[in-house]
Design a protein. Structure first.
Length: 171
């Protein structure tokens, strides 16, 4: 186990404190993405069955009042599908911004080394360059992976909302 954690700890140390923030945001983003997929496979199916059963038991499905109830049922399903999507999209947007913050803090480290020892100290500047590039890379990788899956979730929620609307057929 120590052999696995050592390179990760080295990576986190070389990347600086901002890398820990990126790790936290990425973990939170992925927890919400996994939660959405879990909800789609469990809770959503139960809600759709409940909504369809509620609509099918209605005698009146053609009046203005019935259409408003249908719209409310579709809206209820859409809200439950989209409950964490805005948070996921926000976390995806935060990842590259944290990477940029890491770039800035790393460059400040480089400039500090340059001001103290001059530009000839390549070894001292290497730590700052590492703190500048690693968070940028980590933020972009986290954002790209989150963007891919948030688009899948968003597309699924749109399709599923339309499918539920089709189930609740107007007579």
């Amino acid at each position: 186990m120590g052999g696995i954690l050592e390179p990760i700890q080295d990576f986190m140390t070389r990347g600086g404190d901002v890398l820990w923030a990126i790790l936290f945001v990425t973990f939170l983003m992925w927890a919400l993405i996994i939660e959405r997929f879990w909800y789609f496979r469990t809770g959503h199916r139960a809600l759709v069955k409940q909504v369809v059963a509620s609509w099918d038991t209605r005698e009146d499905t053609t009046s203005w009042y019935a259409h408003r109830i249908r719209d409310a049922l579709i809206s209820q399903v859409g809200e439950s599908l989209n409950s964490t999507v805005p948070v996921i999209k926000t976390l995806v947007a935060i990842c590259p911004l944290l990477g940029l913050l890491g770039t800035v803090t790393g460059m400040i480290s480089v400039f500090d080394v340059m001001s103290l020892s001059g530009s000839g100290n390549a070894r001292g500047m290497a730590a700052g360059v590492s703190k500048a590039t690693l968070p940028t890379m980590a933020g972009m990788v986290a954002a790209l992976s989150g963007l891919f899956f948030s688009n899948i979730i968003e597309r699924y929620t749109e399709q599923e909302s339309q499918r539920v609307a089709d189930f609740l057929v107007r007579h």
